[in-house]
Design a protein around this ligand. Structure first.
Ligand SMILES: Cc1cc2nc3c(=O)[nH]c(=O)nc-3n(C[C@H](O)[C@H](O)[C@H](O)COP(=O)(O)OP(=O)(O)OC[C@H]3O[C@@H](n4cnc5c(N)ncnc54)[C@H](O)[C@@H]3O)c2cc1C
Length: 380
């Protein structure tokens, strides 16, 4: 009987795992010894980093979307369906409607979900660029903006930890370009006592904010929004008035994780930081935003983790031990405006060191946005 590998999730992590594993065990799949299936709730793959550009009317939704089937190696079977539950006793994934898909090895790569509903008043009073609809709504609000108070608030946890900085720096330049910066008070808030969770990034960002006249407010954990009064209230007691409120909503894990009883209370799956196996289950690997690892929830994280998971699954399917280890590697470009960017690369042992921003790094980020389709499909 074929060994069954199921990859749950067709985003960054799930797609890279499936394609790399397909190539590594193609012979076994052709011989009927291994079957590789991906289950994904959506028939489309979405490249989420483009939402940032959509908010500034610099990208449109069609550029960020491709049919999932077009990205997968022909050795991967795709089931487009929403999973409701993982039955670890039977080793089945239970789909909406009751169909069961059996696994010998399962990769959980269901990602994370922005949860603006966790902050009272935010859905009525705020904007965000963490969903396609949200980015388009924010784009319209920005195009109609004529000056006033813009406040950015950051919920935790959230994916793409550098996005709040990128949005703020891009907005600063965008407002200057439209002649609106002098009429705008721009305030960047952050939940802890510095400007970013990564300390070297916080140190780097501080003078940049000061040079650009961006107000900062640390220890601001957004508690509630009053859409009528147009104020946002932090848990620490500060109240900030706004004309335009932009939020990075807090995120949670997916419902399927919570309903399967395999996540913590936020819906994140306890994961070994090196092997990427689910703690206490040798048959399950966890990839990308789905883990509970205290590292950046980012596409690059998902990609580097996927390399390790695919290598270990290929090894185990071929009688090996699967001993490759993830070292915490993350690489992120950070837009510092509309025409320059910096980047950081770090891992469990080596902290990030932002480089001098340059036009070249900005163009590299834009180039990666296009190359993404080739890297996820495994062409590059
Ligand atoms: C505005 C923005 C900007 C960003 N910029 C960057 C950046 O510059 N660099 C970077 O590295 N990262 C960036 N990210 C983060 C990056 O997009 C995510 O961290 C990455 O997509 C996580 O990959 P993943 O595979 O864990 O989850 P995802 O890519 O979100 O994929 C999850 C998959 O699971 C599927 N799924 C979910 N629930 C179910 C279910 N019940 N049944 C079946 N399928 C299910 C979904 O349909 C989806 O296919 C950005 C994100 C945003 C929103």
């Amino acid at each position: 009987m074929a060994q069954e590998v199921v990859v749950l999730g067709g985003g960054v992590g799930g797609t890279v795992v499936a394609n790399q594993l397909a190539r590594a065990v193609a012979g076994q799949i052709d011989a009927g010894e291994v079957r590789l299936t991906q289950i994904s709730a959506s028939a489309h793959h979405v490249y989420q980093p483009l939402y940032l550009y959509m908010a500034f009317d610099q990208a449109n939704p069609a550029e960020g979307r491709r049919p999932q089937a077009s990205l997968l190696d022909p050795h991967v079977g795709l089931i487009t369906a929403s999973a409701e539950r993982v039955d670890r006793e039977q080793r089945d994934v239970v789909l909406a409607g009751g169909r069961r898909v059996h696994y010998d090895y399962l990769v959980l790569a269901t990602g994370s979900r922005p949860a603006p509903e966790q902050v009272p008043g935010l859905q009525e009073g705020g904007h965000w660029f963490y969903t396609e609809e949200g980015a388009l709504r924010l784009r319209d609000a920005l195009l109609a903006f004529t000056g006033g108070r813009v406040v950015l608030v950051v919920g935790v946890p959230h994916k793409c930890p550098v996005a709040p900085l990128e949005f703020t720096f891009m907005l600063d330049e965008w407002l200057r370009g439209r002649g609106l910066r002098d009429q705008t008070e721009l305030t960047y808030t952050y939940p802890i006592g510095r400007l970013h969770s990564l300390e070297p990034v916080a140190r780097w960002a501080e003078p940049v904010m000061a040079q650009r006249g961006i107000r900062t407010e640390t220890f601001f954990n957004v508690e509630r929004v009053d859409p009528q009064a147009r104020t946002v209230v932090g848990a620490e007691g500060t109240t900030l008035p706004y004309d335009l409120l932009v939020a990075i909503p807090p995120h949670s894990g997916q419902k399927v994780i919570l309903d399967s009883g395999i996540g913590d209370k936020g819906g994140w799956v306890p994961t070994d930081r090196h092997t990427l196996q689910m703690v206490g289950d040798d048959h399950i690997y966890v990839c990308g935003d789905t883990t509970n690892l205290p590292i950046s929830k980012a596409g690059s994280t998902a990609h580097f983790e996927a390399d390790v998971i695919a290598a270990n699954l290929a090894s185990r399917l071929q009688g090996g031990h699967g001993s490759a280890r993830y070292d915490g590697k993350v690489v992120c470009f950070i837009e510092t405006g509309l025409s320059k960017a910096t980047y950081v690369a770090f891992d469990y042992e080596n902290p990030p060191q932002p480089k001098e921003p340059s036009a070249l790094l900005h163009h590299m980020k834009l180039a990666y946005n296009r190359m993404y389709w080739l890297t996820s499909a495994g062409v590059l």
